[in-house]
Write a protein that binds this ligand. Sequence first.
Ligand code: ATP
Ligand code: MG
Length: 334
Amino acid sequence: MKIAFVGKGGSGKTTLSSLFIRYLAARRVSVTAVDADINQHLGAALGMDEAQAASLPPLGGRLPLIKDYLRGDNPRIGSAETMIKTTPPGAGSRLLRLDGANPVFDACARTVALGEGASARLLVTGPFTADDLGVACYHSKTGAVELFLNHLVDGRDEYVVVDMTAGSDSFASGMFTRFDMTFVVAEPTRKGVSVYRQYREYARDYGVALRVIGNKVQGPDDIAFLRAQVGDDLLVTLGHSDWVRALERGERRPFTGLEEGNQEALGALHRAADAAYERRDWERYTQQMVHFHLKNAASWGNERTGIDLASQVDPGFVLREVPSTSSSPSPQPA
Ligand SMILES: Nc1ncnc2c1ncn2[C@@H]1O[C@H](COP(=O)(O)OP(=O)(O)OP(=O)(O)O)[C@@H](O)[C@H]1O
Ligand SMILES: [Mg+2]
C-alpha cells in the first residue's frame, strides 16, 4: 500500500508520517518510509540523531545504479542514460518487492529502530542543497522515488509511507497519482486547506483517493471549520501532542505513551488506507504512468535524451501483484 502525506509547509506532514510509520511498525506491519520532501526531517522524526540522519544514502545520488537495475534487460530501454523519471517498466524490467533484499534497497535503504522491537526501512531522496537551486536537480531527486513507485509491486500488508513535498513538482510528474491513499494534512486555517483545494482538482481528474487529516486542532470550532471547508473528505483530526513535543525536546518515550485520542486517529488512518486496497486498479496505474511518461517525453525528455521516449512504452505490459515466490531453495547442509 502506497500512502502519501502532503500538505502546506509546517502543517505536520513529517510528524504525521512518522506517527503513522510508528503505528504500523508497532503492529509489526511491514513499513518502508520514504522522505521525499525538500526539507529532510523524516529520519529525525523517527528518532535518528543528526549524524545518523546525515549519513543516510540519498536516492538522488544513486540514480545511475537504480536506473540500471530497474531497466534489467528491457529491450525498449537502451541505456540508463535514456531512462527518465517517468520511464515505465515493461517486459524485461526488474520490479521491486518489499519483502527481501534487492540492490536498490542494499544501496539506499537503512533500518530504523523504533523501540520495543519495532523497526522500519527508510529511504531518503537526499537534501535539497544550495547547489541544486535552479538546475532542476530536485526533480531528479524526487524522480528516483517516482521510478521506485513505478517499479514496485506491493501487497496489501506492505506499506510504503511517503513524506511528500506539496510543491507543484508532484503534479508536473505523475507522482501524485502513485498512491493508494493520499492524506492531506491541514491545519484549521484558510491557508491550511489551500493545498487540499489544489489536490482536489487533480484528484477529480485522475481518480486519486484523498482524505484530509486535521492537525493541531484545538476544539469544536476548529473541527467545524474543517468540516465546512472539506466536507466528507475530512477523515479525522489530531490535537496538539505532548508526546510529539517531548520527542522534539529530545526525550525518548515509548510509542504506547502517545495520547489515546491520537492513537485512535492513527487507527482511522490505517483503516482508511487498508480499505483503499479494494479500489486498486493496476491497469489504470500502468496507464497513468504511460500517460505522464508521454507528457514528460514531449515537454522535455525527448529533447534531453535525443531519442523518442515514446518507444520505451511496452503496450502489452501491466504492472500487477504476483504471489511472492517464497520457493527459494533452502540452504543445503554441507
Ligand atoms: N499534533 C502535533 N502536536 C504537537 N506538535 C506538532 C503536531 N503536529 C506538528 N507538530 C509540530 O509542528 C512543527 C511542524 O511539523 P512538521 O515538521 O511535521 O510539518 P511539515 O508539514 O512536515 O513541515 P515542512 O513543510 O517544513 O516539512 C514541528 O515542530 C512539529 O513537531
Ligand atoms: Mg516535513
